[in-house]
Design a binder for this molecule. Structure first.
Ligand code: PHE
Length: 360
């Protein structure tokens, strides 16, 4: 009987000393496994007298049970301890304030300007800029809009001051980005390939007109540029901008004093179920004015129209931003409503590039 007591105290001690699963398993095999010490003892029962066996049998069974339950208890307490340890390191204070969101966002106009700049850069167009306070000459005369020309009235011009009153050349808030054509050609001559995005001003205010809005001018001058090049460039642009391959355009004959011939350009859309979808269906949406640069315009920028020719276009940035991002009211662009800006704004680090994608 004393060996049973010895076994018991030996294994219970080993069990309580075991510090991980593997050592518990080792103790289990040594004690109560098939070839363990308790099993060996049980084999000896056969050699005992019936009296001895009556005592030793139950004692060995009890020993086996006791060792097994000690093993299980130790296993459970080790698992508890391991869980405790994990909970300590993986602890999360749910009462802490949440991680702050990046303050501010990129305005859709800025985003779209970046997008179109990336696309036209890929097509070989550089970016040019001009002043928002323009003089009469660049905004009108140089663009073949002489004084008293009806186009001056159509532009709802903001005048800075009147020439007649103080004898200075009249300044206006530019009514379009076309004066940048003149300034660029004056400075750099031909050939050239530029876009000029920026703010323009007209005295007008309703759901689709604001007194300040944005245009992007395009200008490509070389020896043999034609309307075909214009059409290709615009179709490439719209396919990339709206991310729709093979988007259709429609050129409608029109009139601008600074281009001849002139065309207004529409893109394909559908209005089905009151929902505007770009690039399908048989509806059309006007997005820009364009044409072949008028010889008089080249002349006023000191470019020889006998040698050079090219196309120009002017597109509403706000307009294409509204179409691409489903923004219904133009005026909201300039309301500085923080809720609107959070909803329609773009993450500051999502810089659009041709390689990584334009809108994400
Ligand atoms: N400047 C014109 C406008 O504001 C657009 C345009 C630009 C048309 C260039 C033709 C060529 O309406």
């Amino acid at each position: 009987m004393s060996d049973i007591d010895d076994l018991k105290s030996k294994y219970l001690k080993q069990i309580s000393d075991a510090s991980d699963e593997a050592s518990i398993e080792a103790v289990r095999l040594a004690a109560v496994g098939k070839k363990g010490e308790v099993a060996l003892k049980m084999r000896e029962l056969g050699k005992m007298t019936p009296e001895e066996r009556q005592v030793a049998g139950p004692a060995l069974n009890a020993l086996k049970d006791e060792i097994n339950s000690a093993l299980n208890a130790r296993k459970a307490s080790l698992a508890d301890a391991a869980l405790e340890e994990r909970l300590k390191t993986e602890w999360l204070d749910v009462t802490q304030p949440s991680r702050p969101r990046a303050e501010g966002s990129i305005h859709p106009i800025s985003q779209v300007t970046e997008e179109l700049t990336a696309i036209f850069a890929d097509l070989g167009f550089a970016v040019a800029e001009g002043p928002q306070i323009e003089n009469d000459f660049y905004n009108f005369d140089a663009l073949n809009i002489p004084p008293e020309h009806p186009a001056r009235q159509e532009h709802d011009t903001f005048f800075m001051h009147r020439a007649e009153r103080d004898n200075r050349p009249p300044h206006v808030l530019r009514t379009h980005t076309s004066p940048v054509q003149i300034r660029y050609m004056e400075e750099h001559g031909a050939p050239c390939r530029i876009i000029a995005p920026g703010r323009v001003y007209r005295s007008d205010y309703d759901q689709t007109h604001t007194p300040m809005f944005h245009q992007v001018e395009g200008l490509a001058i070389d020896k043999d540029i034609s309307m075909a090049n214009l059409k290709w460039v615009l179709e490439e642009f719209f396919a990339a901008f709206f991310e729709i391959d093979g988007i259709k355009t429609r050129f409608r004959a029109s009139h601008f004093p600074f281009t001849e011939p002139s065309a207004e350009v529409d893109i394909q859309c559908s209005w089905e179920g009151g929902k505007l979808v770009i690039g399908e269906g048989d509806g059309w949406l006007e997005v820009l004015g364009s044409g072949m640069v008028h010889p008089k315009v080249l002349l006023s920028a000191n470019v020889d129209p006998n040698e050079w020719q090219g196309f120009a276009f002017g597109m509403g940035i706000d307009r294409i931003a509204m179409l691409k991002y489903g923004i219904p009211d133009l005026r909201a662009f300039f309301d500085s409503d923080l809720r609107w800006l959070r909803h329609y704004g773009f993450a500051a680090l999502d810089v659009p590039t041709i390689a990584t994608g334009l809108s994400r």
